[in-house]
Write a protein that binds this ligand. Structure first.
Ligand code: SF4
Length: 412
């Protein structure tokens, strides 16, 4: 895979060495066994894959390059470049201004943005409406577009489904920039956004005509294309998804909707349901497979580092929670010997809890989302080690992983 030039302070020697050793042993990225850092009293378990993905590194490289080469220009980003607070803070310190919040609230009026300014499109892409605002202002946004190619792939797939007259069902979070962008790029085609299996069940009830049009239209009010006609627009459907959803959830939704169409239409299901693969990106797939593999061990606690608005990071934390207590933190500063400040996924807010009983902890998973720099991962690993009065002796760890990483997996 292409390598990118990213600022030094986002890199970590410790993580780089570990990743390189693993890459050498497994260049085709087929082995999902975690790397285990065996310390005196605890094991730190790092999934095979974590941290900056292709799309994020690409966006980081382009954006820092733009900053470097355009010192006299005003540089705007449509919203956060990626969902990582430290990266976004650093960009703002360097003078980059954010036009909107991640929820779409306007921070800087469009009237202030001029043709001579630079406007960067973030990795999630943007909507056709915003593209046309920029076009009307004669701003060359194509030159500064960091939309991830894997997001564009979803747009392409939606386009193909629409050519075949399918209504597009997007499995995603309706407020997320990427889903908003995908939604807007499918606008000429009828489209509904569903968040989870519960919303798929409501959709299925309408397909089977078990609920009224009014109820359906009201429920999906802000999550469907305008002029959506439930009577004619739900006879032929295809599912795409936000690139960072949980693989099993999308599969469940897709299978459920296929079954619904089968029950309704009995024969010729291919005329009513597009049987296609999910549109999760490679990084989501790899990171989710890697964390699941790591969680096969006897894990006592997991720590995930990343932005609280990062979909892929939240989903990794959700997977960790299935196995043992899991804490999503913004930085190593959120953790002390006494307490953990973390993001409670169910309550969708930050909370504090006492640090779990250290005597009962042996195996600790530490990982990060696709938008988290490795330098922050390293700080977290070192902080956890310090709390357990352990020392990270880097050379010893490299030797362990080089020689025995397979053997080291036999932890109890
Ligand atoms: S998570 Fe996937 S789709 Fe999103 S930026 Fe990374 S590679 Fe692209």
């Amino acid at each position: 895979m292409k390598s990118f030039k990213i600022p030094k302070y986002y890199k970590s020697n410790l993580i780089k060495e570990i990743k390189e050793i693993r890459k050498e042993q497994d260049p085709r990225r087929k082995n999902f066994e975690p790397s285990i850092l065996k310390l005196k009293n605890i094991n730190i378990i790092l999934p095979r894959h974590f941290g900056f993905c292709y799309g994020v590194e690409n966006a980081v490289e382009i954006t820092y390059n733009i900053i470097e080469k355009n010192k006299n220009k005003t540089i705007y980003l449509l919203s956060e470049m990626i969902h990582n607070p430290q990266v976004n803070e650093d960009l703002q310190k360097r003078g980059v201004k954010f036009i909107r919040t991640t929820k779409g609230e306007q921070l800087i009026p469009w009237s202030k943005i001029e043709q001579k300014d630079i406007v960067i499109i973030p990795a999630f892409g943007t909507t056709k409406e915003i593209m046309s605002i920029l076009k009307n202002k004669k701003i060359n946004y194509i030159k500064y577009d960091t939309t991830c190619p894997f997001v564009k792939k979803v747009w392409k797939k939606s386009e193909n489904l629409s050519k075949d007259n399918h209504t597009i069902i997007i499995h995603g979070k309706h407020y997320h920039e990427e889903t908003q962008a995908t939604f807007s790029h499918t606008k000429k085609t009828p489209c509904v956004i569903i968040r989870d299996i519960k919303e798929a069940q409501i959709l299925a009830k309408k397909i089977k005509n078990e609920i009224s049009d009014e109820y359906f239209l009201n429920y999906f009010k802000n999550k469907m294309s305008s002029g959506f006609n439930p009577k004619k627009d739900l006879t032929k459907i295809g599912v795409v998804n936000q690139t960072t959803m949980i693989a099993e959830e999308t599969e469940k939704i897709s299978n459920f909707l296929k079954k619904t169409m089968q029950e309704k239409y009995k024969e010729n299901i291919e005329n009513h349901f597009a049987d296609t693969r999910d549109t999760l990106c490679y990084a989501t797939n790899e990171n989710q497979k890697a964390i699941k593999e790591a969680l096969k061990k006897n894990i006592d606690v997991s720590f995930v580092i990343g932005g609280f608005n990062s979909s892929n990071t939240i989903n990794i934390t959700k997977l960790c929670e299935i196995k043992s207590p899991a804490f999503l933190v913004k930085s190593e500063k959120d953790i002390s010997e006494k307490e953990i400040k973390y993001y409670n996924l169910k309550k969708e807010k930050t909370e504090k809890v006492k640090f779990p009983d250290k005597r009962k902890i042996k195996n600790i998973v530490i990982t990060s989302g696709a938008s988290c720099p490795d330098s922050l991962m390293e700080l977290l690993i070192k902080k956890i080690a310090k709390i357990f009065k352990e020392e990270i002796e880097e050379q010893k760890i490299y030797n362990q992983i080089t020689k025995n990483y397979k053997k080291d997996l036999a932890i109890s």
